[in-house]
Design a protein around this ligand. Structure first.
Ligand SMILES: Nc1nc2c(ncn2[C@@H]2O[C@H](COP(=O)(O)OP(=O)(O)OP(=O)(O)O)[C@@H](O)[C@H]2O)c(=O)[nH]1
Ligand SMILES: [Mg+2]
Length: 274
């Protein structure tokens, strides 16, 4: 799951080790509908990946989201969902829309969904050191230290399960290493969930549209509340700034007055001590 253009399809291709999904640079959504593709690992393990469109982008209507969720549930009906990858890009700024994506997921499927969630950042190539490029001095650890609070909260909700993927690498070693790290994390998630894939009553619900409308209005009111809180904070900041400016002006006035005052020099004619 993740915003349009974050690299969901490219990550799916990296996991499967083949170009299974269309992945392309575009300001418009490339993946139109969810798709399932599979591969067999050398050890015989079968990996199923469902690639989704930017499902919860704010421009999407509830009809579309309903159709896509139903399709995903249907695609996963044979095996269940063992892990949910929340895909973010280190190349894009984290947006309110992305925070809303995770909230929508939680509102729809319940907080339990976070027990299956792994945060995956694409753009791992950004962190490769290049001696000639002074901008490239940030490590992934530095990057994580400076992420905004809503993204930190998502990481905490995922029990800090987090990975970095470079979907552009040509190195076979790196390709294998990152997929192995991801699969190890997925195995951890499976073990922590007692081997049970994610299921929810919603999976069997026919009232998805109703639930989505409920979630949408809840989200809209959450966003409106946040906007109001931000407006109040900005107002308070402006008031503080004004008070600070007034204080500085008064102090400056006082200073000018003091400096303009003639200096009284008292001449002591006779000093008994000296
Ligand atoms: N440099 C770099 N580019 C990446 C990486 N992962 C993805 N991209 C690029 O990001 C662009 C978007 O990737 P997609 O995989 O199409 O993104 P998406 O999330 O599937 O987008 P939609 O299907 O539109 O929702 C493509 O040009 C990818 O090559 C990465 O790790 N590094
Ligand atoms: Mg895609």
């Amino acid at each position: 799951m993740g915003r349009t253009g974050n690299g969901k399809s490219a990550t799916g291709n990296s996991i499967l080790g083949k170009k299974a999904f269309k992945s392309q640079k575009s300001s418009l959504g490339i993946t139109r509908s969810s798709e399932l593709r599979s591969c067999a690992r050398n050890n015989g393990q079968i990996i199923n990946v469902i690639d989704t469109p930017g499902m919860f982008d704010l421009s999407r209507g509830t009809d579309y989201i309903t159709r896509e969720i139903v399709k995903c549930i249907d695609l996963a009906s044979n095996t269940g969902i063992h892990a949910v990858l929340l895909v973010f890009s280190t190349k894009n700024r984290f947006s309110q829309e992305e925070a809303a994506t995770v909230k929508t997921l939680q509102n729809l499927f319940g907080f339990k969904i976070m027990d299956y969630a792994i945060v995956l950042f694409t753009g791992g190539d950004e962190f490769e050191f290049d001696d000639d490029d002074d901008d490239n001095i940030v490590t992934f650890e530095d990057y994580l230290r400076d992420i905004p609070v809503p993204l930190k909260d998502i990481l905490i909700a995922c029990n800090n399960r987090c990975l970095l993927f470079d979907n552009k690498t040509r190195s076979e070693t790196k390709k294998n290493e990152q997929v192995n790290n991801l699969l190890a994390m997925v195995n951890e998630v499976i073990a922590q969930n007692g081997g049970h894939p994610f299921t929810h009553t919603l999976f069997h619900s026919t009232k998805l549209e109703e639930k989505l409308n409920e979630v949408k209005s809840k989200l809209e009111s959450q966003i409106a509340d946040e906007r109001e809180a931000r407006r109040k904070a900005e107002e308070k900041l402006q008031e503080m700034q004004k008070r600070f400016d007034d204080q500085i002006r008064d102090q400056n006035k006082l200073l000018v007055e003091v400096l303009r005052r003639p200096v009284e020099v008292k001449v002591v004619k006779e000093c008994p001590i000296l």
